[in-house]
Unconditional design. Structure first.
Ligand code: BEZ
Length: 249
């Protein structure tokens, strides 16, 4: 994912540990089988790649982040640094899987075309990522603070969060038959709070304020607290998921 910001695999694991936890659910839509060849697109630190391998499949994990790929390789996985917009595979996989990564891939037509090329005839594409309205309150708060402090508000939301209709049309337009596609709200506890999430996920937005970056963080956190921090001090983010299973016609 060439557009993804630079990740530190350790802080990502610590501050967003929920990403792979929830990923086990979408794995049930993949149903990996023994000896299948599966591509894990945007595999991150490889937690789900490993689960797929443990199901008996031969899995290749790809991610644009070197830090993530190093972590995945350290677990003995076949993991490679690859830009998802430029997949180098040709009719090699029975399935392509992706969790919590495709919202970082800002040229979705290129990604879908690459997935199609990577799949064997009849192959399946199963994925979950941010759907329309994902983290809307968080983005709105960042945009408001960005405008107030004279910053670049476009840095608040660099993601692709399509509707079901929009993404179905893209898949069908590239030769996929969509078997199932759905969107749902997933209120998501943030293990280390909103501030850490903001720092990890939107470093470029806050860095633009230089010595005032803490002030920007304070303002965004304060704006969100009444709606997103519960009576026990637990922060809960407004996640919306889009999930689908499609097969090549
Ligand atoms: C997500 O998994 O939905 C997500 C992660 C980081 C930023 C925005 C959305």
């Amino acid at each position: 994912m060439s557009t993804r910001q630079t990740w530190d695999s350790t802080s990502y694991q610590r501050d967003t540990g929920f990403v792979s936890t929830y990923g086990s659910d979408v794995l049930s839509w993949l149903e990996p089988k023994t000896d299948e060849r599966i591509l894990d697109l945007g595999c991150g630190d490889g937690v789900l790649t490993k689960e797929i391998a443990e199901a008996g499949a031969h899995v290749v994990g790809v991610d644009a982040s070197e830090s993530f790929i190093e972590t995945a390789k350290a677990q003995g996985l076949d993991a490679r640094v690859v830009d998802a917009h430029d997949l180098p595979f040709d009719a090699e996989f029975d399935a392509v899987f992706s969790n919590a990564a495709m919202h970082w891939m800002l040229e979705p037509h290129k990604v879908i075309a690459g997935v199609r090329r990577s799949l064997k005839p009849g192959g399946r594409f199963v994925a979950e990522f941010g759907g329309f309205g994902n983290v809307a309150a968080i983005v709105t708060a960042m945009q408001a603070v960005g405008a107030e402090m004279g910053g670049d508000t476009s840095l608040a939301s660099p993601w692709f969060f399509p509707t079901v209709d929009q993404y179905r049309a893209m898949l069908e337009g590239d030769g996929f038959q969509v078997e199932e596609i759905t969107t749902f709200y997933r209120p998501t506890p943030l293990p280390t709070g909103m501030r850490s999430w903001l720092k990890v996920m939107r470093t470029p937005f806050f860095d633009q304020f230089g010595t005032r970056s803490d002030e920007a963080l304070d303002k965004v956190e304060q704006a969100l607290r009444p709606a997103m921090c519960d009576h026990q001090g637990q922060w809960i983010a407004d996640y919306v998921r889009l999930r689908f299973r499609a097969v090549l016609d």
